[in-house]
Design a protein around this ligand. Structure first.
Ligand SMILES: [Zn+2]
Length: 508
């Protein structure tokens, strides 16, 4: 099937940052085959789309996401990560999770992203209590059916909860301490077996749209042996490797307490596992020595500014990372920590939040830099820079059509700034992934969205009971987690990543 979009403005995101004021984009199969004014094309089996008054640009890339809580958006008030996790990955939530439930849940996020112009997502999917082949299949089948491009990992710990956190062992009463010292639900060999299943069955599926990644979740959540085995898997198949590092101040303190006074970045470096395949998620409480190690390894940092605000984690040192040459992609993080799953809002906040952390306005992000992170950074994080992120012959046809005859773009003063600061997704008229139109004029073409929404509502009634049980279990632990959190927050760590009164209250 061929498609030609005629007479559109084109933000190419090519190496020269070219904007074409009027051009055609010709797509054959999955691929963009030509871009330029007044293209010749053979009549016959071709769909023509009028692009006049519209913009063609590469689809947005959600560089970091966790689909398993798609159905829980808006469930929680804002809480710091460590307390939040008591409620967010509850042990009971998945007890009744059928493959169909997981399918519907995954679909909710995929459709919300596609309708907002996101064409690709990296899903660091966790499974409570542990992955099962039928649930892995459900997640991947939802991505296959929705039409989005997805790279998916299994985000699972293999150490007990008690070992992942500082101070708790000395704070908890014996009964709760024994509960948290229980082994993780699945051992390393079981998890690696799940990875072999994911890679064998799904890596490269749906015409290459679906890919596997690996994830250790975070260095403190896995044993060094399992961590190294995941690295070997990532190397053997050239897969992105997801790892949350130094998201919170408590994780900085954890390095001091449990990893010989080292930062977690240094710990991973000392294991020999920092690499250019790593997606270092968050990277908020990093110092200059950490940044130098990240840059030398060639790792990508995944920046999730809305999640970082929702969980009060702090402000990532954007300019220091950019100055060091570290590639940055943008992500929403999960649907309870950025409840809109909207990459336009993430881009806007990424363009604004760093203005608060440096008085030198020459170091503030520009709109062009934000778009670079949003599109090119995302493609790099996925290890698909050779085929994603540009409107250029030879690239995958992952593109969106943005209506410029809308209020966010009227009048058109500066295209890039209006994309970052004005647009919210409401001007997206068409989303194409791998040459296939998956959203057009606000309607998903691949699946019955209304039926899926109805099914998700029915499922939610069944989950409501679980949430009550989970809340009760969390309430028992919450005072100890709060004490742990406050003890870590009070400790000077040689840097400050909070702003406003919180910054003034910190000694650094
Ligand atoms: Zn995350």
């Amino acid at each position: 099937m061929k498609t030609i979009i005629r007479n559109a403005r084109v933000l190419t995101m090519d190496a020269d940052d070219t904007i074409l004021v009027r051009a055609d984009v010709l797509v054959d199969g999955q691929t963009i085959v030509a871009v330029g004014p007044d293209l010749d094309f053979a009549d016959g089996e071709i769909r023509q789309i009028d692009g006049a008054g519209k913009l063609v640009m590469p689809g947005l890339i959600n560089g970091h996401f966790h689909s398993p809580v798609n159905h829980l958006k808006g469930s929680l008030d804002s809480l710091p990560l460590e307390v939040f996790m008591l409620y967010e990955s509850p042990p009971l939530d998945e007890a009744g999770m059928s493959p169909r439930g997981a399918y519907v849940r995954t679909m909710l996020g995929a459709l919300e992203m596609l309708k907002n112009g996101v064409t690709a997502v990296q899903d660091d999917a966790f499974f409570v209590p542990a992955p099962r082949p039928e649930i892995i299949d459900a997640v991947m089948q939802a991505y296959a059916d929705s039409g989005i491009r997805a790279t998916v990992a299994l985000d699972q710990p293999n150490v007990p909860e008690l070992e992942k956190l500082p101070f708790l062992a000395d704070m908890l009463p014996p009964k709760l301490k024994a509960d948290l010292a229980q082994p993780a639900p699945m051992c390393a060999e079981g998890l690696l077996e799940c990875y072999r299943y994911l890679i064998h069955r799904w890596h490269g599926a749906a015409g290459g749209r679906l890919c596997a990644a690996v994830s250790c979740s975070a260095p403190q959540r896995v044993t060094p042996d399992y961590f190294a085995a995941l690295d070997a898997l990532s190397r053997a198949h050239d897969l992105p490797f997801y790892i949350h590092m130094l998201e919170t101040k408590l994780q900085r303190v954890l390095g001091e307490e449990k990893f010989g006074g080292r930062s977690l970045i240094r710990y991973v470096h000392d294991l020999g596992l920092l690499s250019d395949r790593l997606n270092i998620i968050h990277s908020v409480w990093v110092d200059d020595a950490d940044i130098a190690l990240i840059a030398a390894a060639g790792s990508v940092v995944a920046h999730n500014p809305i999640s970082n605000m929702r969980l009060g984690s702090g402000v990532m040192p954007f300019r220091r990372l950019r100055d060091a040459g570290v590639p940055i992609c943008l992500g929403t993080d999960e649907a309870i920590a950025d409840d809109s799953i909207n990459m336009w809002l993430v881009a806007k906040i990424a363009g604004l939040i760093h203005n608060l952390s440096d008085p030198d306005y020459e170091r503030w992000p520009t709109a062009n830099e934000v778009l670079d992170c949003l599109i090119r950074g995302g493609a790099k994080a996925m290890r698909q820079s050779d085929r994603l992120g540009r409107i250029e012959a030879g690239c995958q046809a992952d593109l969106i059509l943005v209506d410029l005859d809308t209020l966010p773009f009227t009048p058109l003063n500066d295209l890039r700034r209006q994309l970052v600061y004005c647009e919210s997704g409401s001007s997206v008229r068409l989303t194409m992934v791998a040459g296939k139109v998956v959203v057009e004029n606000g309607r998903v073409t691949t699946v019955d969205e209304a039926a899926l929404r109805a099914e998700a509502r029915e499922n939610a009634e069944r989950f409501a009971h679980n949430q009550g049980v989970v809340d009760q279990a969390a309430a028992e632990l919450q005072p100890y987690y709060r004490a742990m959190y406050l003890k870590a927050a009070a400790r000077p760590v040689g840097m400050n990543r909070w702003v406003g009164d919180a910054a003034a209250n910190q000694q650094g």
